[in-house]
Design a protein around this ligand. Sequence first.
Ligand SMILES: NC(=O)c1ccc[n+]([C@@H]2O[C@H](COP(=O)([O-])OP(=O)(O)OC[C@H]3O[C@@H](n4cnc5c(N)ncnc54)[C@H](O)[C@@H]3O)[C@@H](O)[C@H]2O)c1
Length: 285
Amino acid sequence: MTTTATPIAPGLTGRNVLVTGIADRASLALAIAKEVARQGATPICTGLGPGDEDDALSERARDHLRTSFETFCKTVETDLGPDVPRLACNLASDASLARLVETLAERGLEVHGVVHSVAFDRTIRAGESVPLLETPREAFLECMDVSAYSLVALLRELVRGGRLAAGASAVALSYIGAERVVSHPYRNVAVAKAALERIGRELAYELGRSHGARVNVVRFSPYGDSRAGGAIPGLREAVARAEASAPLGNASPEALALEVAHLLHPGNAATGEVRNVDGGLHLLA
Ligand SMILES: NC(=O)c1ccc[n+]([C@@H]2O[C@H](COP(=O)([O-])OP(=O)(O)OC[C@H]3O[C@@H](n4cnc5c(N)ncnc54)[C@H](O)[C@@H]3O)[C@@H](O)[C@H]2O)c1
């Protein structure tokens, strides 16, 4: 006799997940968006793009933002489908965040999940990295703003605009360099990642009490294929070392995406955690 298994509803069915940080096909955020979609959620993707607040920028800088936004839109359309919302948002601009929240309200969208996958550090450029002691105040504050404070600003605007669903879950991406001095320069952004992790814990408390919402951080393996990873001098060598020495080798973006999706599940009660998805790299001295 043949029995038909009862289909199990995918764990994220009916959840809207706001995914920041897709630049192109190599972005970790894209792997996460694909996994949450596979598990039944609707991803809502935001990418860096031009906005009214950029009027003061040079034409070259605006061109760069336009091109970045086009690549983001094309990536989402090709890899996630033409119906997935693609919204421009500069996480370092309160005006841009307010516009994002307005757009969500106009479309009647509440978010049940938030993925923060954004970092920027101008002291890492063209294969070079500036020592922390020589990092100008402006570059330090900009990195802290984009890579850490933006989690506060994003969640605050979602709450203010009534777009964060009760019991929502947010996940931000970090790296072991937040805690340790790693084999390749990570310097300025390491300090911002340390702040991001602490912000995650603080917001887990505040949003847990006020909205029953959860906030967690996942530290991922070194990954050299993305724009952000590829820019870090020595990261590809760190990937090869992790591959050779971590108990499970280097973790893949798909493994990261599974853990992020797990943290976004409505039944999960983990909050204020900093988790490692790195094949066990963090165990090594
Ligand atoms: N690559 C790695 O080795 C690695 C390891 C662990 C964690 N991470 C973290 O994962 C996240 C994603 O990085 P990735 O490796 O996928 O690289 P990526 O370059 O694909 O993603 C970085 C994203 O940040 C966005 N961004 C920068 N400034 C922004 C702003 N002001 N507003 C909105 N978006 C902005 C970029 O447009 C890009 O989409 C980052 O937080 C990164 O630090 C990366």
